[in-house]
Every structure is written in C-alpha cells, then in structure tokens.
Write a protein that binds this ligand. Sequence first.
Ligand SMILES: *[C@@H]1O[C@H](CO)[C@@H](O)[C@H](O)[C@H]1NC(C)=O
Ligand SMILES: *[C@@H]1O[C@H](CO)[C@@H](O)[C@H](O)[C@H]1NC(C)=O
Length: 986
Amino acid sequence: MADSACRELILKAVFICLLKLAFSYSFRSCIEIPDSNHKTFRCIKCHEPDITTIVQDVFPTATNLTVSRSNTTFVQGRSFDHLSNLTCLVLDVNHIVEIHKDAFNNLHQLQILNLSCNRVSSLHRDVFSDLHNLTQLLLGSNKLNNTDMFLFSKLTNLQILNLRRNNLKNFSALVECIANLSSLIKLDLSFNNLTTLHHSHRLPESLARLYLSNNKLYKLGCDKSFLMYVKVLDFSDNKKLSFEAFQGLNLENITYLRLRFTNVSASKLLTHTNVRPWSIDFSGLKLKDSRALSSLCFFLQHHHKKQHIPKMFLKGNSIRALKNNTFYHCPNFTGVMDLSRNEMKTTGCLQFLHGQNQLESLKLEHNHLTKLMSCNKTKNLYSLRSLSYRYNRILQVSGFAFSNTPKLTNLELNINIIAYMDHKALSGLKDLVTLRLDNNLLTDVYNDSFKDLTSLKTLNLRNNQIAVIFNYTFHSLSNLSILDLGGNKITQLKPHAFDGLHSLANLYLDRNRLNMIDSSLFGKLHATLQVLDLQDNHIRYLKEHTYSPFINMSRLLDLKLDAQKPNGIYLLPRAFFRGLTSLKSLYLTNNHIIGFGDETFDDLKNLEFLTLVDSCVGIAQLKPGIFKNLRKLKMLFVENMGIKSFSKEVFGNLTGLKTLHLNRNAMMSLDISLLDNLTNLTYIDMRSCPLSCGCQNSDLQNWTVSNKRLQFPYLYNITCQDHPGSYFHNFDTNVCYLDIELYLYSLTFTFTILLTLIPFLYVRLYWKFKYGYYVFRSWFGEQWRRLRDQEENYKYDAFVSYNSADEDWVMEQLLPNLEGSSFRLCLHHRDFELGRDIVDNIVAAVYGSRKTICVVSQSFLRSEWCSLEIQLASYRLFQEMQDVLLLVFLEPIPKRQLSTYHRMRKVMLKKTYLQWPGLNCSDPSSAKELFWNQLKRALRSSNTGSQEEQKMKEENDQKRQEKDMEETEYFVNQTPIDEEVYYLIP
Ligand SMILES: *[C@@H]1O[C@H](CO)[C@@H](O)[C@H](O)[C@H]1NC(C)=O
Ligand SMILES: *[C@@H]1O[C@H](CO)[C@@H](O)[C@H](O)[C@H]1NC(C)=O
C-alpha cells in the first residue's frame, strides 16, 4: 500500500517535471490582456457570483484588475489578499450591495479603486483602512446615503473622490470625513440630495474642484469663506438656487463657475459678489436676446474695463436671433465664444460679432440654421480661426460663404444636410487646414470646389452621396495628407481623380461601390500613401492574373480589403500583394476567397498584423509555406477558416507571433510541441473549436492549465465536442495516464531489474553478449561466403592468435614447422586486410580458417584482442559445434591464475591443449618433435568429426595416466574444474 502511494507520488513528480517543459495557462473567469506582462487582467461578465472565486487564479503580479458586469453582490473579506501588487482595481458595473470590512486588506499599493455603478448603500468605516496610497476613489452611481466619519481617514493621499449619483443628504457629515484629506483636489457630489452646504468642518485647502450640480440646493448656508480656495465650482441644475444664496460669499479665487439652469441672475451675481466676470459660464442663464446680452456687455465693460475675456459660454440661452453689433460694447473676447444649443435660424454673416476683432473660435452647433449665405460684401473677421456649424439643418452653402472669415484654419460643417454646395463656397480659405464635410448629402464635388485650399491637410467627405470623383477634383491640395471618401456611392474614379495629391498618406474609400483596383490611379500616390482603406466595396476577381495592383506601393503600411460586396473577392490573385514590402497590417476578412496560393503573402516581410477571419468559403486549407516569410507577424487572426489541423508547415515559421486567434475552426486537437517552437507566442484563442476530449488531447489539457508563458483564454468555458456536457479543462485523462503510468511503471521496473542484473551479467555474460554481437555481424558475411563456397573451402588452415611478445616464437618455430609442411597460416600482421575494421578482420580470420591456434602465454592472457579471438573460436566450439580451437601453452600458467579465465578453463576441460616443451624440459628435441606432430595432426583433423577428437581425448586420458605416473609434462590435462564455475556458465 505504502509502496503504491509512493510510486504515485514519484509518477506525479515526473509528470509535473515533464509538463513544466511546455505550457500555457488560463483563468477561470478572467483573461490577461495580451502583452501586458502578467500585469493587466480583465474579468468581464462572469457567471460566477463570488468575487473571491473570480479572482483567485489571477497572478500575484497583477497591477491592474477589472471585474465588471458580473452578478456579484458581495465582496468578501480578503478577496484580493494574494494581489498585493495591485495599483488599479476596477469593480464597476456589478451588483455589489455589500463590502466586507476586510475586502481590500493588503492592497497597500492601490492607487485607483473604482466601485462605480453598484448598489452599495453603506460602507464600514475600516473598509479602506489599508489603502494609504489611494489617489482616486470612485464611488459614483451607488446608493450611499451616509458616510462614516472615519471612512476616508486613512486615505491621506487621496486626490479624487467621486460620489456622484448617490443618495447623500448630509453635506456636513461629508465635509467632516474629508476635512483631513490634505491632498484632495477634486470632489464630485453631483446628482445627490443635498439641500444646503451647512457644515461643521472646513474643506481641505487643496480642494480646487467642487461639483454640486443636480442637487436640491436652494440656499447654501455656509461660511462666507467656505469656498475661498475652490477654483472650479459647479452649481448647475439646482433649480431653486438663486443669486441670494451667494450674497456675501468670497468667490474671488473662482476661475470657472457654472450656474446653468439655476435661478441665478447673472447681472445680480456680478453686482453683488466678488466673482470675476470672465470666470462665469453664462450658459443657461436666460440671456435670450440681444438686449440681455448687450446689457451684460455694458456691465462687463464698465465694471471691468481693460479686461479681455478669454471664453464666453452662452449655450442653452434660447437665443433666436442676434442683432448686428450685439457684442460691440463688450470687452474683447479673445478665445472661444460658444453659442451652441440655442434656437437661431440664421446667423447672417456673423455681423453680431462686429467690433469683436480678437475672437479666435466660434461655435454655433445645435442651432436651427438652414443656409449659409454669401458673405463677400461684409466686414471680415480676420481673427477667427475656427468655426463650427455642426449639428444644424444646413441644406445649402452659397458661394463665398466664408469670405468674411478668410483666416479660418478649421471649419466644421459636418452633420448637416448639405446637398448644395456652390463651386465657390469655400473660396478664399487659403489657410484652411481641416475641413469637415462629412455626414451630409453632397452628391457632387467639382474640380474647383477645393481650389483655394492649398494648406488643407485633412478633408473629410465621409458619408455623403458622391458617385463619381472627377478628374482634378483635388488638384490643388498638394498638402493634403488625409482624404476620407468613405461611405459614399463612388462607382468611378476618373483617371486623374487623385492628381495633385502629392502628400497624401491616408486614403479612405471604404463602403463605396468600386469594382476594381486601378493600379495606375493608386500608383500615382505610391511615394506617400501609407493607409489605403478599400473595405466594403465591390471588388471581385474571377480569374487568376499575374500583376499586382499595388506593385509600386512600397510605403503602404495598412491595407484594408475586408467584406467586398456582395460575394467577396472570390479568387485572390497569387501576385495580388506583390510589392507591398513595408506593409504592417492587412485586413481580408469576410471575402469568400476560394483559396490562398502558397506564395500569396511572400512579399509581406514586414507584416505585423493579419486578419483572415471569415475570409474563406467553407473549408479552404492553408497551404504549407503560406506564412513562410511572415517572421515579423505579431498578431494573426485566422478565425473560421476551416482549419483542420495546426501544422508546422503552415504555422511553424511565425516565430515573431504573439497573439493567435484560431476560434471557430475545425481542429479537434493541437500539437503542443509546435507551440513550444513559437517562442514569442503569449496568447492563443481556440474558442469554438471542436476540441476532442480524448487521449490525443490529454497533453493539451495538461498544458493549458500549468505555465506562465502562453495564455489560453476562456479555457474553462470550452466544452468537449465528443462528450456533450463536459468541459475540456477537466475531462478525465486518467485513462490515458493509466496507460502511461503502467508503461512508466514497467519501464521503471525493467530498468531497476536491469540495474540490479547488469553488474552480475557483466561479470558472467559480458563476453557472451559481445561475441554474440560479433558473430551476428560476421554471420551475413559468412552466409554469403558459404554460399559462394559451398564445400568447406577455408582460405587458411589455421589462424594464429598470439601476443606480439610471443612473435619470435611464432616466426621462428611455428611458421617454419607448419608452413614447411604446407599448412596455410593466417597471421594478423601479415594477412589482415589493411583498412578493415580490426574486429571484422579477426572475425574473418577466425571464420576463414579451419582452426584457430591460440598461443597462450602470460602476455596473451593479458591481451584483449587475443581474448576476443579465443572467445570467438570458443564460441564456434561451443555454439556451432565446430571444433576449431587449439590451445598452445608456451609457458606453464599456474592453475590459480588460469582460474580467472573461466572460459579458458572450460575450453581446456572440453578440448585438447598442447604444452610447448620449453627449455627446462629433459629431452627438448624429441619433446618438440612430438609437439609438432601432435599439432599437425590436430590441424588436419576435421572440425565436425568427433572421431578424431574422441581419439585424441582418449589419447590424452592415456597420457594423463602416464603423466600421473611419470610426471611428464608433455601433455598436461588440468585437474578437474570446480563444478561451481562450470555451472555458472551455461
Ligand atoms: C445575471 O443574472 C441575470 C438574472 O439572474 C441573468 O439574466 C444574467 O445572465 C446574469 N449575468 C451573468 C453575467 O451571469
Ligand atoms: C494600470 O493602472 C495605472 C494606475 O495605477 C495606470 O496608470 C495604467 O495606465 C493602467 N494600465 C493599464 C494597462 O490599464
């Protein structure tokens, strides 16, 4: 039992190690923003109601965390305990009703806490006690009705406190809890239920911006100096508030006072307080006609002579018309005058501004203007630079409509219903830089419409009704860098439509009806064009062609071709993108392309962004090598392209890839080793792929939950294609690992057994293995040799194996005696083939000779090669029943020494051996003669014939008896081998 538990533990450890090599991660309810370095996390629309659970797997490295649009009602204590690096925590738009007093404990780094749009009605006084670094606390749109005195007491660094849209009534209590916040700059109390500003404490002196709009204030009831440090003060939409409330109040530091839709009379306020007139926003103060405005001017002029007024806000005063010279007696307005949201039907030629010759900007938005008239006969407003007529009902712009404002640099005529714009409407605007004509009903622009606009940089004609761009329309716009023609009905671009656009960088032609890309037309822009938007046109190719419409566009960075109507590009020509060598972004979504050639993207070596989402018809497999040159690609969207497998040939070269979107493809599995090669990949989205929950994906499953390199977002929502109702992240892989476990177990077991046996086998069976191997190697050679040489036709009679120390004896004794008797001997130094492997030579020698003579001496026993030979020969002896081995003992070897050569003793036990008589023999010459005769007889004997052997053995036995009696040493049969050794070698 204990053993199996231990085994399991070890296996687990092994697995963890294996799995740590490759890896991705995912979060139950959150995603990490790609490229954020494990710092920014978002958890949006989580079904999980418990916020602690939602954020539990977010990495501790997180600095910015957003949990939004979930059904969370309660923030538990220590929910963010592990996220002590958080600097920004956004918990807006949930259903939070209650927050535990320890909810934000440990968030010592937190700077921004956003709890807006929840249902919090009260907060524990300690809930923010750890947040001493907090600079922004956003509590807007909750249900707070009171605040504890100590609620904010620890927030000594707080700069911004937002409490708008709550149910606060008690201003005094509120001031009490912020009184010590010496860093507080902005306090927003708009949309509450405050009725007075009665207070028992003072505002922090740092507080510069106080917003009190949309309360129920009717009197202020505060000290005269209470607001003396405030600079921006908003009392708008306190309907009952009248000027009396401000009487005597010190407002001298105010720079902006907003009183819109209160009951305050501007002139009385100016008369009875020390507020500076240029600080007041006069919007919504019922200054509805020239008379009211003139008297305001008169007042400003006479009480504050010499002053220039930098901004004049007169919005929402129900002004219907302004007489000429209305502002003639005002001090000089220098910056902006805003007359938006009034009810003017005409502004003539801005004659109401006569006398104002320093005004720079005029806004007349959201009025009821219908026509801009000719103004070439009125006084000019040379100071006006910016003029906005947005959101009116202008249908017609007459010729010379802006002749009175010749210095305009910015003109906004957008969001009207301009259908008629005279050829000369814009004449004279030589300084104009930005012209907005978008969202009108223009059908034609003429070749002289923009004639004078030589400084123009941005021309926006989006969302009109233009059908044709005629030749030379933009001829004089040599400084234009952005031309927006999107959302028109352009079917035709005349050949010289873009002539003169020498600086054009961005050209938007999306949502038109172009059916081709005219390379000569766009080619003219090649030197400057960087962005070309051709989305949603009617471009379609039905047959292959070999030129690229973009061939010269080597500066183009961004090309959009998505969603061609009605049925997509269809056949994308192979050379289509040739020449786009700088291109960084390419959009091709929604195009019903039937297939991509493998060289389609070859020129796009600098591409960083590519989207092909929904670009195919059905299943159009990506060709191998299609992305081979896109090494700089960082983001790739290949959603819904029918991709069935994620192959190395297609994706393997995308080494720069960081984000990969593979959603809605047909892949059932994913090879994780390939992802390991994409070393920059940090995000892979595979939602809505029919991932199988079978063993082929068990690695993927493990991999998706373990490491920190690669995010696999929404993993926990991915279901099993083949097991409806179960989830990919936890499908049961035990079955798969059981196999592997068993496999690993048997592997480990075998390994252990082997480890135990190897030393033993090494000692006992080493040579057997080694020779088995050599014999196997020689076997083939032998087989064919035998085939070639059917009868036992040996090349040599004997292969002589000896040690070089005994060479003299071999050369002087053996060779003359045997070769003299016409025996063919094989000697290694003489007969081995040069250059052949020594082992092969030995094998060939042993098998190429009828016998092998081993010249045994002390030196021989020490030599490995000789041992190899003797073992090979003895292998033949024992295994092939070939009697090939002849042992010749040159010197007496002590029995004790021989016992270490087990095999030698075994051979000696089974076989004849001869002892060289040597020098200390009593009758050397006759003994030698006998020796040679014996040797020659043994050499002649048949290898298989056991008769001879039997004879020799009998003879040996006889001789042994003789030896026993006569103590001769001519034939030595060693004493019986001890049984043990014998049996150990089977
Ligand atoms: C929140 O709850 C409502 C009603 O119970 C449900 O309709 C909605 O889908 C839930 N939202 C989330 C994100 O779970
Ligand atoms: C993270 O929060 C900090 C404020 O603490 C902010 O400056 C930064 O822009 C935020 N980063 C992101 C990616 O939202």
